[in-house]
Design a protein around this ligand. Structure first.
Ligand code: PLP
Length: 392
């Protein structure tokens, strides 16, 4: 007899965190590792946000907060959704602040999915979606969109995948791991299918501010009242403001769903860390400073993106799409005749370059590289990768 529950037996540990941990362990042994595994900005949190958190601590904001978040932050987020995302009539009651965007996603799925339900997940997908769906007792169903279609699913693919059991479809634009960004027309076409089929949409907008080449960001919930009625929007502070360690995620949904999410949270984590929420509030209340901080980070990311993209495409056998969002590139390595796990393991062993195998994201022909790392590492890593591929 096993000592563990079916949930614990079926869960796979996060492969992206595992790659990062392995690269850090090798580094701690004194090895000169070029790490492209990390899913976090390499910048510090902007000073004005940290200062607001310090001030909250000094003021004694060290107690429980309401489960759904401090009222000021919920209101500021509601206003942001109306002003910046163009979603009509959002109120604070529709907003829930959680300990991390990851937990916001999990609660969104738990709030609307259960045993017998199917959840459609476009692949390549963020590693945690299928596991969260399984933890809710539901079944993940995948639709594949490779580089031949810009890593974006078509409305026809979605329509075909919908069954009478479909409850939810996950959208993630800009995407982790591909960096792909859906256009407004593409989102409109997909939302039309979801509205018609009356299924929920979880729109993971954690990378909403990390955009390049002048592309536009579109929230599915902004398209129409019908679209807003079926959409749960999740996001957070980790990627936009280099706040991964603060653990602050956000969710915005129709009121009954937001209330259910707050209730689920009240029985699981209680609330997101109180003084961290006061820090995040500064990011909302000082939009000019926030914009400056994000713009400075974006400029650096964009330069690194182009450097890594050019470097990868210069390697014979590698083909990489020009991703326009997030901080990832997802090159195709299938011409080397190795699966992504073998390719990545050998690359780490032979050349001390850490990348995440695409199989973790449901796409074994690819590997993921994060350019949230220094220019020096990018240059050195590209030299090593070039030598490695030449030898294969
Ligand atoms: N969604 C996507 C697509 C992500 O890549 C991540 C982080 O890697 C998250 C959500 C959650 O981020 P956090 O829990 O740090 O807010």
């Amino acid at each position: 007899q096993t000592i563990l529950s079916p949930w614990a037996r079926n869960i796979s540990p996060s492969p992206t965190l595992a790659v990062d941990a392995k690269a850090k362990a090798l580094k701690a042994e004194g090895k000169d590792v070029c790490g492209f595994g990390a899913g976090e900005p390499d910048f510090d949190t902007p000073e004005f946000i940290k200062e607001a958190c310090h001030e909250a601590l000094r003021r004694g904001e060290t107690k429980y907060a309401p489960a759904a978040g401090i009222p000021k932050l919920r209101s500021a987020l509601a206003e942001k959704y109306v002003r910046d995302n163009g979603i009509a009539g959002v109120t604070a009651e529709q907003v829930v602040v959680s300990p991390g965007g990851k937990f916001s996603c999990y609660l969104a799925i738990l709030a609307v999915c259960g045993p017998g339900d199917e959840v459609i997940i476009p692949a390549p997908y963020w590693v945690s979606y299928p596991e969260m769906v399984k933890l809710a007792g539901a079944t993940p169903k995948f639709i594949f969109a490779g580089d031949d279609q810009g890593f974006k699913i078509t409305p026809e693919q979605l329509k075909k995948a919908i069954t009478s059991k479909t409850r939810l479809v996950v959208l993630n634009s800009p995407s982790n791991p591909t960096g792909a960004v859906y256009t407004k027309a593409e989102i409109e076409a997909i939302m039309a299918v979801a509205v018609e089929a009356d299924i929920y949409v979880m729109s993971d907008e954690i990378y909403e501010h990390l955009l390049y080449d002048g592309v536009e960001f579109v929230s599915p919930a902004s398209l129409s009242a019908e679209a807003a009625a079926i959409t749960i929007t999740v996001a957070g502070f980790s990627k936009t403001f280099s706040m991964t360690g603060w653990r602050l995620g956000t969710l915005m949904a129709p009121k009954p769903i937001a209330k259910a999410v707050a209730d689920l949270q009240s029985q699981t984590s209680s609330n997101a860390t109180t003084f961290a929420q006061w820090g995040a509030l500064a990011a909302m209340e000082k939009p000019d400073e926030a914009k400056r901080a994000v713009a400075a980070m974006l400029e650096v990311f964009d330069r690194r993106r182009l450097k890594l993209l050019d470097g990868l495409n210069a390697i014979e056998g590698i083909q990489c799409d020009r991703a326009q969002g997030a901080f990832y590139l997802f090159p195709n390595i299938s011409s080397f005749g190795q699966n992504s796990t073998d390719f990545s393991s050998k690359l780490l062993e032979d050349e001390l370059v850490a990348v995440v195998p695409g199989v973790a994201f449901g796409a074994d022909d690819y590997v993921r590289l994060s350019y949230a790392t220094s220019d020096t590492i990018i240059e050195k890593g590209l030299e090593r990768l070039t030598r490695f591929c030449r030898a294969l």
